[in-house]
Design a protein around this ligand. Structure first.
Ligand code: NG6
Ligand code: CA
Length: 509
């Protein structure tokens, strides 16, 4: 009798315990897929990638508990082309419009084109973007007060909560599924990249109204004391608060997860940090001791930690594959006086790599890149060559889905840490010029142009001579082997031209 009571008690308490456990969402057969994408984060900006002066524990967890890639690339050293490559599977140099876009530029992805979210929709995913878009909106002469279309919704995203271009460009408003969020119709928005609107102050003429000083370029309309690129009038109620942008996107990303967790979803969470203007929330001001650039990296790390907590609380962390990366390499001086150089101390945003944003040297495009899937991916470091352009083919292969793959290669086994066999080669782009990595080698063709990027002072790798580097022996690209190894140089040029064609040089004979 006693024994039976005990058994009953055990049974009861097990039932009670099960009820007390967090609700485990039903395991989807398809994992949720989340791409977390930072803006201008360098190869050396994370403690998991060797930074000693900054500590990024939340992103480090993704790196250390997943596959941490050491030879992963964006397709370009600037934002628009990189995002174009990742979302379409097409190298951005194939599309002449895939260049840094003004905030008023039309959409550069054709609504007929294949995209990563479209492919995932076909296999049953719900799809969304939260954060930076910068791929153009509309079809020209956009009226920001009407339905803004085509945009992310027309190229595969069911839901879109975006900033149109960059944090330093107008319009400084959020756009929710094609409508400016919070717009008061009595105060319409006007945007121009050509001329100012009558009576509107600018950074150039009214420095007394600015709280952040422009260094180069950013001296048009002033919003929240920050002078921007481009002119804007109206839309007062809809304007964002820069210091709250990170929290704002975090809430949107968390809410999306909470509201969509019962069916497989794809979320592209595109954070704005550490791009200029760097505007940490007051909670993070001074946190890094490195000025605003370091502070916003810590802020982004915190956001990602909070976001991961939500995945855990909602019971879907073990059914979610996360890809983390950055659109291009690091830059310190990118248009505002914000002490990024002065307070850098011993930090090396590019790690041991040469160059940075805007550069054909490796730091322009070699970026932090990791995949994390709790319980499925085994922690490891992978030196396999992979590129963001490969996400389309890799995820299509997960579902045996036919897709228009273009330059995208199936790296799924590599992304899941089951293989180390990466791509053979990649064509890389910076400011319309291209270079080539094959195996451990990099070849940069001769170009006319500036060896230093305008005002930011970054080495562009532009030279009238061929350059050839062996990254395995010389990760800092210090020794140009073009002269001493003509055989390898010739091989590289041939392999490059077979993909790129011969019409890439800006040097006319
Ligand atoms: C450049 C801006 C730079 C930054 C960049 C875009 C000037 C002088 N420079 O044109 O500040 O906004 O565009 O960065 O205006 S990206 O990461 O979105 O490509
Ligand atoms: Ca960028």
């Amino acid at each position: 009798m006693i024994k039976r009571n005990l058994l009953f008690y055990l049974f009861l308490s097990t039932l009670l315990l099960m009820n007390a456990m967090p609700a485990q969402a039903k395991k989807n057969t398809k994992p949720n897929i989340i791409v977390i994408y930072l803006d201008d984060l360098g190869y050396g900006d994370l403690s998991s990638y060797g930074a000693t002066e900054l500590s990024t524990p939340n992103i480090d967890l993704i790196a250390n508990e997943g596959v941490k890639f050491t030879n992963a690339y964006s397709t370009s050293a600037t934002c628009t082309p990189s995002r174009y490559g990742m979302l379409t599977g097409v190298y951005p140099w194939r599309n002449p419009k895939a260049k840094i876009l003004p905030g008023s530029a039309p959409l550069i992805i054709s609504p007929k084109q294949e995209t990563l979210p479209k492919m995932l929709k076909r296999v049953g995913y719900q799809t969304a973007i939260v954060g930076k878009w910068h791929l153009g909106l509309g079809a020209g002469n956009l009226d920001w007060n009407e339905h803004i279309t085509p945009g992310p919704n027309e190229v595969g995203f069911d839901d879109a909560y975006i900033l149109a271009a960059t944090q330093d460009r107008v319009p400084t408003v959020y756009i929710k599924n094609g409508y400016v969020d919070g717009l008061d119709p009595k105060d319409p928005i006007q945007v121009s990249y050509k001329k100012n609107f009558d009576g509107e102050p600018t950074g150039k003429d009214n420095p007394e109204l600015t709280t952040m000083k422009w260094h180069h370029g950013h001296n048009n309309s002033i919003v929240n004391g920050i002078p921007r690129i481009g002119y804007m009038k109206g839309g007062e109620a809809a304007k964002w608060t820069d210091t709250e942008m990170a929290d704002h996107f975090l809430v949107k990303a968390k809410d999306y997860v909470k509201n969509h967790k019962d069916k497989p979803f794809f979320l592209y969470y595109a954070l704005q940090q550490p791009h200029v203007p760097r505007t940490p929330n007051p909670r993070f001001v001074g946190a890094s001791g490195m000025g605003p650039r370091g502070d916003v990296i810590l802020e982004a790390d915190w956001c990602i930690g909070e976001f991961m907590k939500t995945l855990e609380e909602e019971g879907i962390l073990e059914n979610t594959l996360i890809v983390f990366s950055s659109d291009n390499g690091p830059v310190l001086q990118d248009g505002y006086f914000d002490n990024a150089i002065e307070k850098l101390g011993k930090h090396t945003p590019a790690g041991k790599l040469r160059g940075g944003k805007y550069s054909l040297f490796d730091a322009g495009t070699r970026v932090p890149f990791m995949t994390y899937w709790k319980g499925t991916i085994k922690p490891q470091v992978s030196s396999a060559l992979v590129c963001q352009v490969d996400l389309l083919a890799s995820f299509a292969s997960m579902f045996n889905e036919d897709a228009d793959l273009n330059d995208s290669e199936n790296m799924l086994p590599v992304l899941l840490g089951k293989s180390k066999k990466g791509r053979k080669n990649i064509v890389l782009e910076a400011n319309s010029k291209t270079s080539f990595r094959s195996g451990d080698w990099v070849m940069i063709p001769p170009y006319k142009g500036k060896p230093l990027s305008w005002k930011s002072g970054i080495e562009t790798a532009i030279s009238l001579d061929y350059q050839l580097y062996n990254l395995k022996k010389d990760v800092g690209q210090k020794e140009n082997l073009a002269q001493s190894n003509p055989k390898k140089l010739k091989e590289m040029i041939q392999e490059f031209e077979a993909i790129r064609g011969k019409d890439y040089s800006n040097i006319k004979n």
